[in-house]
Design a binder for this molecule. Structure first.
Ligand code: ADP
Ligand code: MG
Length: 729
């Protein structure tokens, strides 16, 4: 820890000062010091073991079991040298977040004492008793066994004095029970399919790698205020609260000066991240008050996703040290922007070519257009699936709210690229004039300029935007596991690349020159998938109608959006790419519907409780103060005076009564809806009932509670208000 100094910092609200770390050395000195990376491997493993392990990682080959003992021994020593006492298989179940079960290294030594033990068997595979993780019915309880198995492509790390080993989590019967397994399969399939296509251009390519750079948005709230808001504590969002007089209308928060307290939190978090090898780089304020963003340098997708999951738990921990709570909910506050997690995604070859970056030669540009058109075709064909991959009870509050991408997946290309594409397909010169395809190719694809490296051509209303050398999938929610989106996207594009390759091979077998064959297919894909291309305002009503006309998925009900996973073509696509089987897809949808029900159910219970037990009693008390006042005025003043002096209070009493009555009625109705929905056996139908009846009640009840908030004496109001929650002092 010599790279850190500590200083005492005063935080608000008269609490005792906290101790925060400040680096005394540049990050390059301590970056990755808590990761069993190649440097540590080299130091702690024998030369042969090091070579064999790194070869297995590089070539994505399975690790020889005999090596596992040697690796485990080195890893254990490294961990013990860092004061570690426990180890855990770290995995991503189908809930939010990660799971871990810690075991100590100790074993009996046979002499009444203990030794530290950790061998290859414990490293490679474990059998956590994980019957309580959601599995959608895959595991019958009599064989409720799940296995976790080491993912050697993501390095082990030390967190909280525990050696964490990233693992996949699968059922006894082989089906995946987590996010990582299908993610690795999707990355494999895009590697295979992408490599085949990239080799049409350069036979030296051995691998195509998928990259992810996420941008994590979040809110911070003072912990004392958080503790006084049961809705925040139990559901992650405020279920009531009138807008603050000031919120984001002055647009003074975005890129503004970061409050001191927050900056200290950020620095602390960044140090933790860097020690764990998470390359966080960018930090800034976001649009809403108390909203911030953090982004790393992009990495290979599997590692990037592990890092994001680790980051989310680090954030929660570090925030507590600073007397904050971090909110990762997509919409913690009504009336101000919600939080997303843009997934910047690209493909590259092991030879160093960025496949979504326009090149300098016609050949490079043809390759660029090839990959671009395959992405376009995949996003078009599976726009409903991509939406399903980001849909959740919580993200539903953010999408379509004129602040985030709409609930329609379209693709933004920008002016220059749109022109390039339309000149390729709209111009039929080659057909009419027997124009030499090569020449045409040279003319058109050589002219693609270095695209949009500046920010001016950024359309923030698009859920899936091309940004010069990558695509930005903006619809992903801030609390989501990015794997969900990355599984769907990489698998869909892999299938398209595979089809592309087959089609080109067929043309070539028929005697068509390779370049012409590629160009023919590219044009076909662009023509066929144009409906998904939209550069206009995604927030406009006109787009909704236009999108419907174009046949894009416009469904807004989350339980119905999940149906996309079970469409015949989607089951086929996941099967063809080997990413998810029908059984897995069906099980996952059961989990999704169940999660949806539970989230709405919890919100409904919390809101009902708050409304009846917190808000109504206080409103009644205030109302009776007013009544008292009216009564006294009446007894002391003449009828004329009374008229004058008491009218306002009397109106207020009546208005409050009206709101209070509606709240009672609507809470009652919500409870009834819940009872009806709970009796529905089928999870999909239950989720639909929750969406159609219970969820809409939340907004109705809230409306009336928020009205009362404006009337009741501020001193009596039992919950911290938005103006307090949203402005860190
Ligand atoms: P902005 O807010 O302008 O979108 P940020 O700097 O906040 O930009 O985040 C951009 C993210 O995109 C970073 O994580 C960055 O590393 C990532 N990124 C940049 N180039 C690529 C690429 N080729 N592939 C994937 N991610 C990329
Ligand atoms: Mg971005």
């Amino acid at each position: 820890m010599s790279h850190l100094r500590f200083k005492e910092v005063e935080v608000a609200f008269n609490r005792s000062p906290i101790r925060v770390a400040i680096p005394s050395e540049p990050p390059s000195r301590y970056y990755g010091c808590m990761v069993f990376n190649r440097k540590q491997m080299f130091e702690y493993l024998s030369r042969e073991t090091y070579m064999a392990l790194t070869r297995a990682i590089d070539e994505k080959a399975p690790l020889d079991r005999t090596l596992a003992n040697d690796v485990a021994a080195g890893m254990k020593q490294w961990a013990l040298d860092h004061g570690v006492t426990h180890y855990t298989h770290w995995f991503h179940p189908l809930t939010d977040g990660t799971a871990e079960k810690h075991d100590s290294f100790i074993e009996h030594d046979g002499k009444g004492g203990v030794i530290e033990q950790f061998d290859g068997r414990l490293l490679v595979q474990q059998e956590p008793d994980a019957s309580s993780f959601p599995n959608g019915g895959i595991r019958n309880t009599f064989e409720a066994r799940g296995y976790s198995a080491w993912d050697i492509s993501s390095p082990a790390f030390i967190h909280d004095n525990t050696l964490c080993i990233p693992t996949i989590f699968i059922a006894y019967s082989g089906e995946s029970l987590d996010y990582k397994t299908p993610l690795l399969r999707a990355l494999n399939s895009i590697d295979r399919a992408g490599t085949a296509v990239a080799r049409l251009f350069d036979p030296n390519v051995k691998h195509v790698i998928s990259y992810l750079g996420w941008e994590q948005e979040y809110f911070l709230v003072d912990e004392a205020l958080y503790a006084a808001r049961p809705d925040l504590a139990l559901t992650g969002r405020t279920l009531m609260g009138h807008e603050s007089a000031k919120n984001q209308q002055l647009e003074d928060h975005y890129f503004g000066a970061i409050p001191m307290r927050v900056e200290e939190f950020m620095l602390d978090l960044e140090i933790e991240c860097h020690r764990l090898g998470i390359p966080v780089k960018t930090r800034h304020n976001e649009v809403a008050p108390n909203q911030f963003e953090l982004a790393p340098i992009y990495e290979e997708t599997n590692l990037a996703n592990d890092h994001n999951l680790l980051l989310m738990s680090l954030m929660a921990q570090v925030a507590r040290r600073h007397h904050f709570r971090v909110l990762l909910h997509e919409k913690p506050f009504a009336g101000v922007n919600g939080s997303g997690k843009h997934n910047n995604w690209s493909l590259g070859t092991d030879t160093g070519v960025q496949l979504f970056k326009p090149g300098k030669t016609p050949q490079e540009n043809l390759q660029f257009i090839t990959f671009l058109s395959c992405v376009m075709a995949a996003v078009h064909r599976y726009n409903g699936l991509l939406k399903a991959s980001i849909a959740s009870a919580t993200n539903a509050h953010r999408l379509g709210g004129n602040e985030a991408p709409p609930a329609i997946i379209s693709m933004f290309l920008g002016t220059q690229l749109s022109q390039v594409l339309s000149s390729l397909v709209d111009d039929e010169r080659d057909d009419n004039l027997n124009f030499d395809a090569h020449e045409e190719l040279n003319l058109k694809v050589s002219q693609i300029p270095e695209l949009m490296v500046d920010n001016t051509d950024r359309n923030r209303t698009s859920p899936f935007a091309f940004t010069g050398n990558r695509f930005e999938f903006r619809a992903v929610g801030s609390s989501a596991n990015c794997a969900s989106a990355m599984i769907a996207l990489n698998a869909a594009v892999a299938q398209q690349l595979q089809w592309f390759h087959t089609a080109v091979e067929r043309h070539v077998a028929d005697g068509t020159p390779l370049g012409d064959a590629i160009l023919t297919e590219v044009k076909r894909l662009i023509k066929q998938s144009r409906a998904v291309h939209f550069d206009g305002n995604g927030y406009s009503d006109a787009w909704q109608q236009e999108a419907e006309r174009r046949g894009l998925d416009c469904e807004t009900s989350v339980p119905l959006i999940f149906d996309n996973y079970l469409l015949p073509e989607v089951i086929e696509m996941f099967g063809e790419t080997g990413v998810l089987s029908r059984v897995e897809l069906e099980a996952r949808n059961e989990v999704k519907w169940e999660m949806y029900v539970k989230k709405v159910q919890i919100e409904a219970r919390v809101l009902g409780d708050l409304a009846l037990n917190h808000i109504l009693p206080v409103a009644t008390r205030y109302q009776s103060l007013l009544l008292d006042n009216v009564y006294k005025i009446k007894s002391l003043f003449s009828p004329d005076k009374f008229e004058q002096m008491a009218t306002h209070d009397m109106t207020m009493i009546e208005t409050m009564s009206a709101h209070m009555q509606v709240i009672k009625d609507e809470v009652g109705r919500m409870v009834e809806y819940r009872k009806v929905a709970n009796r529905i056996e089928d999870l999909r139908s239950r989720a639909i009932a929750y969406h159609d009846t219970v969820a809409s009640q939340l907004a109705t009840i809230r409306y009336h509670v928020d009205k009362l908030e404006l009337m009741v004496d501020d001193e009596m109001w039992p919950l911290p208000k938005y103006r307090e929650l949203l402005f860190i002092r």
